[in-house]
Design a protein around this ligand. Structure first.
Ligand code: GLY
Ligand code: MN
Ligand code: MN
Length: 431
């Protein structure tokens, strides 16, 4: 759990980065219409949540910095009995005043009046450049004397790079639930017929354990389907001897997990599957072991490319020298993606990878990133040895950078051939 003090500290940190005589605004997410009067499930804007912990729509934070003096205003929707009857209780201004460590709380309907008043006296405005146009128009309407506009999202996202102990605890909880889900999938695969059934087993565990939702749409891809990187249809039959690539992670209290395992439906890897799997696993373990403060993600990617390419050569998937395969990027056909990404409030946490000047940001203690090498060998690629065609493998773990090196937060999820095979045979009651 993140306490109010921590949200306040985050806001204070943001203030320290803002220019004097500035007004900054961070809006909540809005409901998105699915059709007519039906909406998609609501999910708070991560940057707004990071600064407030507030879950309601129709709210925003305004930061005023006048000289060195700072003031934080929170706008929340007003309490309205009729509306609450349909959409649930609102916190309202009075309770918000007690709960949040901000200077003032107002009704959201008063926002325009306040903006108009403050904007006459500020030189800079910070807002999220990804805002929808109607809000931008509103901000610019009042901003006659403003000399420059800055993107507040970048500043917040930068803070989100280093996780606090409270955040790490929530990520660990998300991973704990996801661990159970993957273990259930390994066990259940042999008795199920369709990819979506396995997806249901996984997402049952998420919900059953209090996870708000998945952190991204689950991928359950049998055989050649695993060679479509963003396969989310999950509507095909599980083939008896095929591997199933499962990329699924829950979101717990707004924090993501992102885990991939590639498992045999039958409970036993064929020898060809095992050869490929152990090659990818060795790469994954090596790259994880390199994680430490100071190292750059591009170095991890370079090493992963080298090792995977060598693996492809050893298994006769590529028939050329390592030097040539790397120079001509021949590996890209079978390993087209990056080695990993930041993770936190979002599965692909929106934190920058480079400084303003374009320099890559090295890893630091407190960052969380995924490591996820893979190999994707389409069924119809005649250049690949026949036994490997139609196999796609990815292995993905969530790694915390620590002072001394790293902690693999998902280390308890079965991963070696032997662990996966023996879990598949276990009786359900022991899971
Ligand atoms: N699940 C999305 C990813 O692995 O990046
Ligand atoms: Mn990932
Ligand atoms: Mn993933």
């Amino acid at each position: 759990m993140i306490l109010e003090d921590e949200y306040k500290q985050r806001r204070d940190k943001l203030f320290s980065k803002l220019k004097q005589n500035s007004l900054s605004i961070v809006f909540s997410a809005e409901y998105k219409v699915r059709s007519n009067d039906t909406e998609f499930p609501y999910r708070q804007n991560s940057n707004f949540y990071y600064l407030s912990g507030f879950e309601e729509d129709k709210s925003c934070l305004v930061f005023l910095k006048k000289g060195k003096k700072t003031q934080t205003l929170l706008f929340v929707a007003k309490k309205d009995k009729m509306q609450e009857l349909w959409s649930g209780k609102r916190l309202g201004v009075q309770k918000a005043k007690k709960q949040f460590l901000v200077d003032e709380v107002y009704e959201y309907s008063e926002l325009n009046t306040h903006l108009k008043k403050y904007m006459e006296h500020v030189d800079e405005i910070y807002y999220d450049f990804a805002l929808d146009y109607s809000k931008i128009k509103l901000l610019k309407r009042y901003a006659k004397n403003v000399s420059s506009f800055q993107n507040i999202a970048l500043l917040i996202q930068k803070s989100r790079l280093i996780k606090s102990d409270g955040e790490i605890a929530l990520i660990k909880k998300a991973i704990e639930i996801t661990t159970q889900a993957h273990h259930r999938a390994i066990y259940k695969a042999k008795e199920l017929e369709y990819e979506y059934e396995l997806q249901a087993e996984i997402e049952y565990v998420f919900k059953k354990n209090g996870a708000y939702s998945d952190a991204y749409t689950s991928i359950v891809a049998s055989g050649d389907n695993a060679n479509t990187l963003h396969y989310i249809k999950n509507d095909k039959k599980l083939q008896k001897k095929a591997l199933i690539l499962i990329d699924a992670g829950c979101e717990y209290n707004y924090y993501a997990s992102d885990i991939t395992r590639s498992i045999p439906k039958s409970g036993k890897f064929t020898s060809a599957q095992k050869e490929l799997y152990e090659m990818v696993l060795a790469v994954e373990l090596k790259i994880i072991s390199m994680v430490q403060p100071g190292i750059k993600r591009s170095k991890l990617q370079k090493k992963a490319v080298k090792l995977l390419t060598q693996g492809m050569i050893d298994l006769k998937i590529l028939k050329t020298s390592l030097k040539k395969a790397i120079k001509k990027e021949l590996y890209k056909k079978y390993y087209p993606h990056g080695i990993g990404h930041w993770m936190g409030l979002d599965v692909h946490d929106e934190a920058p990878y480079k400084t303003k000047k374009g320099k890559e940001i090295p890893l630091q203690a407190g960052m969380v990133l995924t490591i996820e090498p893979g190999i994707y060998l389409p069924k119809d690629d005649k250049k690949i040895p026949k036994k490997y065609r139609g196999i796609g493998i990815r292995i993905e773990d969530d790694i915390l950078v620590t002072q001394k090196g790293y902690e693999n937060l998902s280390a308890s999820i079965a991963k070696s051939v032997q662990e996966i095979e023996s879990l598949s045979c276990k009786s359900m009651s022991s899971l």
